[in-house]
Design a protein around this ligand. Sequence first.
Ligand code: ZN
Length: 164
Amino acid sequence: MAEVTPSKAELEEAEREKGVTPAEIEAWMDRALEMAKEALENGEVPVGCLMVFNNEVIGKGKNEVNETKNATRHAEMVAIDQARDWCHQHKKDLEEVFLHTVLYVTVEPCIMCAAALRLMNTGKPFQCIAGYRSEEAVEMLKTFYRQENPNAPKSKVRKKECSK
Ligand SMILES: [Zn+2]
């Protein structure tokens, strides 16, 4: 799964469709990358994401696979759970909110997360901005795979997030 930095045209399309400006994308991506960094520091595959609805972060996640010893705790799954809680707390309709939510994720979602995101949304494809500033994200992944992970055997680590 190759990440592609969105072209100017794609950014303009995102802006038109969701009212997201390139400056906002940059700012949200900064925070997603911060999450990825935290994951790296925790010995997790460095992936981070944010779910933004009406300029508000309703879910954020970083990989918690090793911490929770649960191979499905990818950043996106963590964020989806938080967004669901948010909807519940604010008595909002999940589908309606997800329809207008933008996911900012440091690397392209893997097949599991992509499927989960698709299921959360009955309408249009989920708006996902991934791979923006992909060089930094890929650098972090390289750093992770270069180092020995004290928390997990290598074979287990390799299977996770977004196979490179
Ligand atoms: Zn995933």
